[in-house]
Design a protein around this ligand. Structure first.
Ligand code: PMP
Length: 380
């Protein structure tokens, strides 16, 4: 791979040489006999990774397309949706839902907090919600929501409400068990912990949600995102048959397939554990430097990323260029209310599952050195 600064942001992440190699597949028809089984197998692998018997979708686009798919296929205009909002991505998902006519109620938490189960239960009592959305890891705050606990509350309080998880920053780095936990939709994208380049929207949809979709009363108010068009395509590829609605991103799917096979071969349970260990190491290092995390407790801090406040006297304009000079690309703040006050580091995928690459150590050492160069004395 060409030498480059390490991309240690919360996605896109560093990907494996074999994944990069797969992007170099020569021009291939989307109905070629060497492509059909690759998409078919990727759909099957996703069922294993998401622990679901439901319907995976792999469609050219990004994570945002998953919001459009959910909002236009599962919700009808005028229906209520409860958005568990722990940051920037809750606001944006809410906007997307409203675009298709949903009536959105935001259950907002203070910055750095995670949604509380009692508050979710109370909100569910106020009206009948067609769906509840939860940002599993809000990439703007690094907060990890308790999707298992929330799904359990939904089952008790409002069993018909569809449980939708925005897992763009969590699938592949955080534990998710769709069927066992009663989750109806998981949305993600190729460029985060699934370990492939950007370009694909990836979803898992429960059989129950597909049933709700099939029974909708009004037409789907979308052309490209319409599951009536995509379901036959996903089914055909899985049956290893050619089919066409809109051209799949052939090379991206070759690359995703390599990464999904690596994830399954390595063991999904092990992957969860490795991300937890790496995150604990990163967060201890950050704490020992005297810095404070945006999440208010380690109990609800994501395992695939860390959002960290700058110490007194250090600003984004100081630290990020210094990190880059050490060969590390980190991200600035995103949550509008605190954006200039914090930065974000990703620790997902091969950067943690293959520690011999030294990505995390290089990042943490560069952080320490860069802070010193910024004049920070703190606990260095
Ligand atoms: N949800 C979350 C939690 C995200 O982190 C992101 C991207 N950072 C998105 C949705 C949108 O995904 P994309 O940028 O791939 O469209």
């Amino acid at each position: 791979m060409a030498s480059h600064k390490l991309c240690m942001i919360p996605g896109p992440i560093e990907f494996h040489e074999d994944v990069l190699q797969a992007m170099a597949t020569p021009a291939t028809s989307h109905v070629a006999p060497n492509f059909i089984p690759v998409l078919g197998e990727s759909i099957e692998l996703l069922r294993q990774i998401l622990f679901t018997s439901g319907q995976p979708f792999i469609i050219a686009g990004s994570g945002t397309l998953g919001w459009d798919m959910t909002a236009s296929n599962l919700v009808e205009a005028g229906e209520d949706v409860l958005v568990c909002n722990s940051g920037y991505f809750g606001d944006r998902f809410g906007e997307c839902l409203e675009t298709y006519g949903a009536k959105v109620t935001h259950l907002r938490v203070p910055i750095g907090e995670a949604p509380k189960l009692d508050d979710v239960a109370a909100a569910l009592k106020t009206k009948k919600f067609k769906a509840i959305t939860i940002t599993h890891v809000d990439t703007s705050t690094g907060v990890l929501a308790d999707i298992k606990g929330i799904a359990n509350v939904v089952r008790k309080e409002s069993p018909e409400t569809l449980v939708v998880v925005d897992g763009v920053c969590s699938v592949g780095s955080e534990e998710i068990r769709m069927d066992a936990w009663g989750i109806d939709v998981v949305i993600t994208a190729s460029q985060k912990a699934l370990g492939a380049p950007p370009g694909l929207c990836v979803m898992g949809v429960s059989e129950r949600a597909i049933g709700v979709f099939k029974n909708r009363k009004t037409p789907v108010p979308n052309y490209y995102a319409n599951w009536n068009r995509w379901l036959p395509i996903m089914n055909a590829y899985e049956a290893r048959k050619p089919s066409y609605f809109a051209t799949p991103a052939v090379q991206n799917i070759f690359a995703l397939n390599v990464s999904l096979k690596q994830i399954v071969a390595q063991g999904i349970e092990k992957r969860f554990a490795v991300h937890k260990e790496a995150s604990a190491k990163a967060k201890k290092f950050i704490h020992d430097l005297g810095l404070k995390l945006v999440p208010t407790s380690l109990e609800h801090a994501a395992n695939g990323m860390s959002a960290v406040y700058y110490p007194e006297g250090v600003a984004a304009t100081d630290l990020l260029p210094k990190l880059a000079a050490h060969g590390i690309v980190a991200a600035g703040g995103l949550h509008v209310e605190i954006a200039p006050k914090y930065f974000r580091i990703g620790h997902m995928g091969i950067s943690v599952t293959e520690p011999e690459r030294g990505h995390l150590d290089a990042t943490l050492n560069a952080l320490k050195a860069s802070l010193a160069e910024c004049g920070y004395k703190g606990a260095l």
